[in-house]
Design a protein around this ligand. Structure first.
Ligand code: FE2
Ligand code: FE2
Length: 311
């Protein structure tokens, strides 16, 4: 872990140091000959990211709706422009992951069923946020916005921490890695938008901000594990094989040098009373991606620049 990067930024103003730039019509060659297990031939590692991909289209639509619900109350023109940039970026993420998820559907994964369930849970008159609002007497719009701000912290955390170390995603197919690199870059750029609307515009208290994070951390982990299990079953692995994969996979996630230990320092910042997303630096190689993309216009080349020695 790069402790300088993980440290709280010394500036009390916590100003953004990057601009929100929506990038549209990018070509990742997702219809190409990407292997079924695109993460080094490893089903567990592949399905971890694939499970998250199936959550993105509806999740990101909910993010956009939850922030836009407060748009009329924003009078800061800078924040208004950031909300629009955030919405345009998330709409593109949703579109690209929907395209990627079509590959998963062709592999036999019940993408339509997953999306139908998410649609019911997030948008129907049986949606979870409505049930929470009526059960606990909280404003539904505020609840949805606080969920969005929490998940935005988790996505910028993964984006920053996964691409900070070159070895983590070394074995991925370059096209899928490029999709996640672009997504990570944009998650970093707009990481403070939902938070600023939640705190500055909606005036959420500390408890309203952190309780959804605690719930979501558990809920998101359980959901991803549930989806991975479905995918690995479709891949043809029996219960015993899956149990072995989970044992090895949890070590890959949480063991020394694993995927998640470097995220912990980032994660807990959210629980500080004086937290702001821009008190955490973006990854050191953020500018490398930007320069390579400006030079080539190619998200795969930009991602490969991140993976190159010296990046
Ligand atoms: Fe996104
Ligand atoms: Fe986001």
């Amino acid at each position: 872990m790069n402790s300088a990067t993980r440290a709280q930024h010394p500036s009390p103003a916590a100003e953004p140091r990057v601009r929100i730039v929506p990038r549209e019509r990018l070509d990742f060659d997702l219809d190409g000959d990407i292997p079924r297990w695109w993460f080094g031939g490893d089903p567990f590692k592949t399905r971890f990211f694939d499970a998250m991909s199936t959550l993105f289209p509806q999740g990101e639509r909910m993010f956009i709706e939850s922030v836009r619900a407060f748009r009329d109350r924003i009078d800061d023109p800078v924040l208004l422009a950031e909300v629009d940039g955030f919405a345009r970026q998330e709409a593109q993420h949703s579109k690209v992951h929907r395209r990627f998820n079509e590959r998963l559907a062709r592999q036999g994964i019940d993408v339509a069923g997953i999306h139908a369930r998410l649609e019911r849970d997030m948008f129907s008159d049986r949606r979870i946020s409505l049930a929470v609002a009526s059960r606990f007497g909280v404003d539904e719009n505020l609840w949805r916005l606080s969920v969005t701000a929490a998940l935005e912290h988790l996505t910028s955390m993964m984006g920053t921490c996964f691409f900070e170390r070159r070895d983590v995603l070394r074995d991925c197919d370059p096209r899928v890695r490029a999709m996640y690199a672009w997504h990570a870059i944009e998650e970093i750029e707009h990481k403070a938008v939902a938070y600023d609307v939640l705190v500055k515009v909606a005036g959420a208290s500390y408890a309203r901000r952190v309780i959804p994070m605690a719930i979501l951390t558990l809920g998101f982990s359980v959901e991803v594990a549930f989806l991975m299990n479905h995918m690995l079953r479709v891949d043809g692995f029996g219960a015993l094989e899956r149990a072995r994969m989970w044992a090895r996979g949890l070590w890959w996630m949480w063991g020394p040098g694993g995927l998640f230990p470097p995220t912990l320092g980032y994660y807990v910042q959210y629980y500080r009373r004086d937290f702001h997303p821009w008190k955490i630096d973006e990854m050191a190689s953020y500018g490398t991606w930007l320069d390579a993309f400006a030079r080539t216009g190619d998200p795969v080349a930009a991602s490969e620049a991140l993976a190159a020695p010296g990046a």
